[in-house]
Write a protein that binds this ligand. Structure first.
Ligand code: FA5
Length: 345
């Protein structure tokens, strides 16, 4: 006799499964469990046996599928029995969830830490804040005016070489944008929008296709400082940098200027700092070039100022005694957890 459609057989199986679930999560003792066993697993007229009889009435081509469904439900019902038995043996009440003993002592949570570079950035910003510098931000995707032209870096300058920058081609844009290669861009953005006097500091990511080594990384951070006030001199620049370095590194830090060249400062210097008997190059600096002041609409006969740009990874490495700046980016917890941020701003 083959007159039971597969759908009807499946529906019957589902009913059986649901009923067994209801009964077996509610049974509270061995007597009730035994009764349920007879009802569902009874060899002659148990529910499972009844449904199994229907299997013989399913069309031949549906039999494999029906058989698989039957076996799955049978196994599930047997598991419900095993669970119920276990619960009764353990003396738990029906439907009880695993007990929680709230009087047990808690397990200490493993606390994360602020990344050493973020610690450094926050500390630099705080120290510069004490010196009267306001923190400002600028975009990481820049146009060529702010990254180069306004900083007196003309089109033919080697610093604009595609091999030295990450250019981004933008559909229909007149010229490609780029990932900024220095935070000096923020000097221009601020001067375009505000009138002197200015004391700003900007800390953020910059990008250069440099090969990674102990002192270089293709993405790194700079801290840019800019002060524009009448009567500013190199002496002011040096004293601000020395105050910063003493606060940051602690103790007596010597600051040394070496003659250098940047298109947007005149004169330009490399800034080295000596601490614990070692000199290290921290960045570039100089008096803002009159051409830059003119580019943003300031009168170079009236105002002057200084600017500096330091490498955050380098100063962090110096402070924490890290020999290779790549370690900051390896995300090795054993390295990172050495930098306690307790007491940091
Ligand atoms: C500049 O980027 C200038 N904008 C600095 C400046 C600002 C000069 C204002 C004058 C006035 P320079 O390319 O030298 O300069 O980079 C400054 C510092 O960034 C370096 O001294 C170094 O500390 C850090 N630096 C440069 N390249 C990398 C790199 N690939 N990885 C990590 N740090 C770097």
């Amino acid at each position: 006799m083959t007159n039971l459609p597969l759908d009807a057989f499946t529906a019957e199986l589902q009913r059986l499964h649901a009923e067994a679930g209801q009964v077996l999560t509610a049974v509270a003792d061995d007597t009730a469990l035994e009764l349920a066993r007879v009802t569902f697993l009874g060899a002659k007229s148990g529910r499972i046996r009844q449904v199994q009889k229907g299997l013989g009435q399913v069309a031949k081509e549906d039999k494999p599928a029906a058989g698989r469904q039957f076996n799955a439900v049978k196994t599930a019902v047997e598991e419900l029995f095993a669970d119920a038995q276990q619960r009764i043996d353990a003396g738990a009440s029906p439907g009880a969830v695993e007990a929680v003993d709230v009087s047990l002592p808690g397990t200490p949570l493993r606390l994360g830490r602020v990344h050493p570079l973020t610690q450094t950035i926050r500390r630099v910003a705080a120290i510069m804040g004490y010196l009267g510098f306001e923190v400002v931000e600028g975009p990481e995707v820049e146009d060529q005016w702010h990254n180069f032209e306004a900083l007196a870096i003309p089109a033919e300058h080697p610093a604009r070489d595609p091999l030295d920058n990450f250019y981004i081609s933008v559909a229909q844009a007149a010229e490609p944008l780029l990932l900024r290669s220095q935070t000096s861009t923020v000097q221009i953005r601020v001067m375009e929008q505000r009138e002197p006097p200015l004391r700003i500091v900007s800390l953020g990511r910059v990008y250069r296709p440099d090969t990674a080594d102990a002192t270089h990384y293709p993405m790194f951070h700079q801290v840019e400082g800019l002060l524009i006030e009448p009567g500013t001199t190199m002496a002011h620049l040096k004293s601000v940098l020395r105050s910063f370095a003493s606060s940051f590194l602690g103790g007596d830090v010597h600051v040394r200027f070496r003659p250098s060249f940047f298109p947007f400062t005149e004169p330009s210097v490399e800034v080295d700092m000596e601490w614990n008997g070692r000199w290290i190059e921290m960045g570039g600096a100089g008096m803002v070039d009159p051409a830059v002041l003119e580019a943003v609409g300031y009168d170079p006969d009236v105002v002057s100022g200084f600017a500096f740009g330091l490498g955050v990874e380098r100063i962090a490495a110096r402070r924490f005694g890290v020999a290779d700046i790549r370690d900051f980016y390896r995300n090795d917890v054993r390295f990172l957890e050495q930098f306690s941020d307790r007491g940091q701003v």
